[in-house]
Design a protein around this ligand. Sequence first.
Ligand SMILES: O=C(O)CCC(=O)C(=O)O
Length: 288
Amino acid sequence: MALAVRPLSYALGAEVLDVDLSRPLTESRFGEIYRAFLDHGILLLRGQKISREQHIEFSRRFGELDRHDSLPRDRHPEYPELLMVSNLPQPDGAPSNSRYTGQLWHSDLSFTLMPSLGSLLRGVEVPPVGGDTMFANMYLAYDALSAGMKGLIADLHGVHSPERKNAGMSPEWEKENRLLNPPVAQPVVRVHPETGRKALYIGEKVKAFEGMTDEESVPLIDYLIRHSTRPQFLYRHQWRPDDIVIWDNRCTMHVALGDYDPTLRRHMERTTVMGTPSGHVASDAVAH
Ligand SMILES: O=C(O)CCC(=O)C(=O)O
């Protein structure tokens, strides 16, 4: 029987039905899942009661997994392939480092020279309402631009910083983050290596365009983000426990809305599939 999928929104996303990741998955079934991933940009699998090992094992079928060397404070101490996105306090009672993770529009690891192919986020504990994640289809956003704007941005590179919003980072953590992740320039228009389609590659981690001042860059960055996040390009995911959401970082961006009662528990675990090399260390960063 063909893989059963149900669209999640007009713009992107599909729910995969009748797949149980705690059971063996044939190569041909996985092939259909991967095809659906390329077609829809986002996949949702509900009710997946799986272990950390099974999460990692399934993720490896998408490609080699990142060990999160660029975000060492957020990875699981025993499973470096797992990035914690959690508001549960640390063992010593200190607030979690990752309680504000993702609260800027972004594509995973865009601030590195090996941006991610895709991510698989497992909702382990989710609040009863809120804590949603929003996704944008960056193919549609690119396609909807005028020919003039497409020409204007064709050769631009955005400088991506590893900065996090609201992160409550200590000064030494900020320093470590900057040293580990010097600003990287990425093309504003990327060609998806598998579908061959063009997608906008922008987000709130882009601080300027390479070779331009902040003052010159910011109006256009703001416009491109506002354009990409128009409602008709979006899907908003409302989490249930044991959801797995898989997204293609090469043609989507996402934001954690943080729209929930912070006294409630929210604990998610993410694997990050490595992509292909992209971008270069920003020339302005080299000069400093
Ligand atoms: O927690 C979420 O809703 C999304 C987390 C996120 O942005 C990420 O893992 O990149």
